[in-house]
Every structure is written in structure tokens, then in C-alpha cells.
Design a binder for this molecule. Structure first.
Ligand code: ZN
Ligand code: ZN
Length: 186
């Protein structure tokens, strides 16, 4: 799942400097690598459209990725889906040569363009799409703003029905505080 940059900017007359990419990937193709550890699952084909423009040693890539992701609700733990339709604007520069020392990675922002690295004369499209998905994820994934979550006692999904637990829930920190106050009195 890589885009070969060598087809761009060949020396000689009639140099090709721009390339239009329009590809569709099946969800299963994106479930490996970096994406396998993530809090999302790709559940629809991924449509990637982008233009790659060669600019000396760098490549400007602007495009859009659309698909649907499945997430887990932070309150009730049920799966739900969100649509993704993310435009992106990236600048790819050659990856720095590994020196063996850690902590050399730096984030460079120039003209609001996020800088990414390409290796072996190609762009890793799986990584590109993965990064767009991560950016599209909500801070707090919720199946709905009104999600009732789970009962802290019995685990019943309160969106699906009530349980028999008492609605009063004492914050354990308050309990500890009460104990402390009692201790002081005695
Ligand atoms: Zn929920
Ligand atoms: Zn309950």
C-alpha cells in the first residue's frame, strides 16, 4: 500500500511534476500494521483521492479520505460508527537518515503544512490514512451525547433499560473523608 514517487519528477524534458491518485481500499486492507493497535476499526471501503506535487526534494500532497470507522462508546462500551471525510494537506520530505540515537524526531510545521517523511522513494499510504483516522477520532467517543452508560453496580446498559440497583451512588472518596472526620472526633 505504497505510492511510488519515482514516477514523478524524472529528469529530462517533459518532466511530470503532478500526479492524481484515486484509489479505493477494502476495509480489511487497513486492519494491519499501525492500525491494528488503534481504538477504531475500518468498516467501509476507504476512498483516497489526492494530488501529489513534486517540489524539489519535497512532495506536497493534498487530498481527502472518506470511510466509516467503528468505535467503542466510552460510557456504555457498545460499538458505534462515525463517518470520516477528512481533507488533508501534507508535505513529505526525505526521512532523516537513522543515526541510531533516539529523540531526534522533530515535528516541523511550515505554513500550516504537516510534515511527514517518505522512505525508499515512496509514501506509505496505510500510514497516511491511519493518521487521518486518528485525527478524525473524537476526544471522547460516545454513541450519543445522551448515552446513559452502564450501571456502576451491576453493569446493566442503562440505554436499554433500568436495573434494580439503588440510584444513589456514594463517591468512595467521600466515604474516606467521612472516616477521616470520624477519626478526628474520637
Ligand atoms: Zn454509549
Ligand atoms: Zn444496576
Amino acid at each position: 500500500m505504497r505510492f511510488d514517487l519515482r514516477q514523478l519528477g524524472r529528469k529530462g524534458s517533459g518532466t511530470l511534476r503532478d500526479e492524481h491518485v484515486d484509489r479505493t481500499f477494502q476495509a480489511a486492507e487497513l486492519q494491519s500494521g499501525a492500525a491494528a493497535d488503534e481504538a477504531y476499526r475500518v468498516v467501509a471501503p476507504v476512498h483516497l483521492v489526492m494530488d501529489v506535487h513534486k517540489d524539489a526534494e519535497a512532495y506536497r500532497v493534498s487530498g481527502r479520505v472518506t470511510t466509516r470507522l467503528q468505535l467503542e462508546c466510552g460510557r456504555c462500551l457498545e460499538a458505534f460508527e462515525i463517518p470520516v471525510d477528512s481533507p488533508f494537506e501534507l508535505r513529505y520530505v526525505p526521512a532523516p537518515i537513522a543515526t541510531g540515537s533516539e529523540g531526534d524526531e522533530r515535528e516541523v510545521n511550515e505554513e500550516d503544512l504537516t510534515t511527514a517523511y517518505y522512505r525508499e522513494e515512496s509514501i506509505d499510504l496505510g500510514e497516511l490514512m491511519h493518521e487521518q483516522f486518528v485525527l478524525a477520532l473524537p476526544m471522547k467517543p460516545l454513541c450519543s451525547d445522551a448515552c446513559q452508560g452502564l450501571c456502576p453496580h451491576c453493569g446493566t446498559n442503562l440505554n436499554k433499560g433500568a436495573c434494580d440497583c439503588k440510584p444513589v451512588w456514594t463517591d468512595p472518596r467521600l466515604g474516606a473523608l467521612e472516616g477521616l472526620l470520624k477519626g478526628n472526633k474520637e
